[in-house]
Design a protein around this ligand. Sequence first.
Ligand SMILES: [Zn+2]
Length: 300
Amino acid sequence: MLRPALVLALIVLSACRETKPHVREFSGATAFGYIETQVAFGPRIPGSEAHRRAGAWLDSLLRQRADTLITQAWTHVTTSGDSLPLTNFVARFKPAASKRLLFLAHWDSRPRADSPTSTDSTKPVPGANDGGSGVALLLGVADVLKRTPPAIGVDLLFVDGEDYGDFTKTPQDVLIGSRYYAAHQPPGSQSLYAVLFDLIADKDLQIFEEGNSLVGAPEVVELVWNTAKELGYAGTFVANPKHTLIDDHLELQKVGIRAIDVVDFDYPWWHTKDDTIDKVSGASLQIVGDVATALVRREE
Ligand SMILES: [Zn+2]
């Protein structure tokens, strides 16, 4: 039999548990530093020294954080006959778990600033937001999962060669890493769903639902936007469709993965030489990082 005082104490304790304040696990400030590091390497164009150094940096950081790191290295011969050395990194947490989530981002950056609004298409894209932000987000999630290991399996996939070619003229030379991963999935990596993150650090962040995500995995879109709303981020994750994009999530959808794209495509500096560090913020990374972390924790 419990003494009344103890009963009261237990009631208070369980009430505390139910109303405990949201613990912020993800650090937007640390993630912002991961963008700075990438930009400092220079444009991460496949075959360049900056790309090689950024790849070595990722490899080193992920080995310190994940339970297992799988690297997928191969040579892609482009439409024009160039050979590109490409590498995907798959940082696996709880690799034996059957219940899993997959988060992905591309880590290469674009060789040409060829947006219709670009003032100089001979220059490469610095990729602070395009590529840099998704990588920073995934590294921030890796920090979270290292600190407090997940009860479910999580795979963080860094794909290469997303942004190399022309999306209409040379479709074989874009989305290269996601296509490679789709054809070479590690055994036991089947996930409940997958979320692609790109262009998510814009200072003026507004993330609309993406058209091909709504066609291919509408229930995942609903889950992610609802999770954001529960965190108080309905103003950033706007529950309406806007753009429809050809992106890495489509290569995963083709092999049956429930993949969606979380992307703020209203970014005036997209594919220009002005996609630089002053256009992105840790506060924006914080919002998307909180959502990504909550997606993991809600499945535990
Ligand atoms: Zn791009």
